[in-house]
Write a protein that binds this ligand. Structure first.
Ligand SMILES: Cc1cc2nc3c(=O)[nH]c(=O)nc-3n(C[C@H](O)[C@H](O)[C@H](O)COP(=O)(O)O)c2cc1C
Length: 342
């Protein structure tokens, strides 16, 4: 049985890899992930703001020491609250590369084309096999159009491609008017992969303190369906690799992501819950399922349940929507909705 896959041009022994998270923030963590069976490791993100602060003492052109900027920068953590400094990050990449055989994918998290982009070259020099670029942006400027936002993202990718020889993946949110077009555009800008989707950490409101209450919650399998839909739509339209992230909780979820079109499947919450050894459970689950379905190679499985066969994906999607709503009537005949208690 051949579980191997190619992701960002990297040959992986199977599709399951760990996503950017504290799981890979230490060398011991990276080793445990490899021992547990992860096929590649994405390191936690280094943030644009950390880099510009270290290199230019500014965050988005604002000096945090200047009282005028205290208010706009109030939500930022202090520099010493990040687990790794920029130099520490480079060291971590170097040591991780020496410690394990699986590919090491560094992660940069930013949203502009400012000086931090050149730092990507130092990550490459430190030995990273690839770079994942996390574009996390909530645009609150109501005068900024979708075209401007998308062009900005594309420019970051173009700049990085110009600066780097290693492959880059772009991790995106689903919140675009025309996500398919964004994916297509980035593919054309020679992104080597798309990672779908970023989760948005939406702060709650503390009604006692009358403040925002930020929290990180682990995902559930309920988040997977949005990923499956877009993997299935994009599979035949992009040349680049596709990775799923978000809601892969079980081996069955992983199989679904590959059926929809994923080349690699990232996992974080499930590994935080069950430990790195869960990677072995997941790829053994895939192997058993392939055996039971007489499928010899992951390559033969990928995208089997994508929209590649649909003549017009939009019409197919619309038809599925109508059929889904109508299934309620089939399962719950109108006569049972009298509105009165028995
Ligand atoms: C505690 C925690 C820290 C994370 N840190 C990062 C990060 O540094 N960079 C990043 O791109 N994603 C980060 N993520 C997001 C994960 O990589 C992943 O996309 C998300 O958790 C969805 O996958 P899951 O459902 O398998 O957890 C983090 C997630 C968690 C739970």
């Amino acid at each position: 049985m051949d579980l191997s896959t190619t992701y960002l041009g990297l040959k992986l022994s199977h599709p399951f890899i760990v996503g950017a998270s504290p799981l890979s923030a230490t060398l011991d963590g990276v080793r445990r992930l490899e021992d547990g069976g992860a096929a590649a490791v994405v390191l936690p993100s280094l943030f644009e703001e950390q880099i510009t602060l270290a290199e230019t003492r500014h965050i988005h052109h604002m000096d945090p020491q200047n009282a005028d900027f205290t208010a706009p920068l109030a939500s930022y953590p202090a520099a010493d609250q990040f687990s790794l400094t920029p130099d520490g990050y480079l060291e971590h990449v170097r040591h991780a590369k020496e410690a394990v055989r699986v590919p090491i994918i560094a992660s940069l998290n930013g949203m502009t084309t400012e000086a931090w982009v050149s730092f990507a070259g130092r990550i490459q020099d430190a030995g990273a096999d690839a770079l994942e670029l996390n574009i996390y942006q909530v645009t609150t400027d109501v005068t900024q159009s979708s075209i401007e936002i998308e062009a900005n993202i594309r420019n970051v990718v173009v700049e990085l491609k110009r600066a780097l020889a290693i492959p880059i993946a772009v991790k995106l949110s689903p919140f675009f008017t025309a996500f398919g077009h964004v994916a297509h555009w980035l593919d054309q800008a020679r992104a080597d992969g798309l990672v779908i989707f970023n989760r948005f950490y939406q702060p709650d409101i503390d009604i006692h303190a009358l403040t925002l209450a930020p929290q990180v919650e682990l995902s559930t399998g309920a988040e997977l369906l949005l990923r499956l839909r877009w993997l299935a739509i994009l599979r035949r339209h992009v040349r680049c690799s596709l990775a799923a992230t978000g809601g892969v909780a079980t081996p069955v979820d992983g199989i679904k992501a590959i059926l929809a079109g994923a080349d690699a499947v990232q996992m974080v919450s499930a590994i935080l819950r069950h430990g790195p050894g869960y990677f072995r459970v997941v790829h053994e689950g895939l192997s058993q399922w392939m055996d039971a379905n007489a499928i010899a190679r992951v390559d033969d499985l990928r995208g089997r349940v994508s929209l590649a066969a649909a003549a017009d994906g939009s019409i197919f999607e619309r038809g599925s929507y109508l059929r889904t709503l109508q299934s309620w009537y089939h399962d719950h005949p109108l006569a049972s909705h009298t509105g009165t208690s028995p």
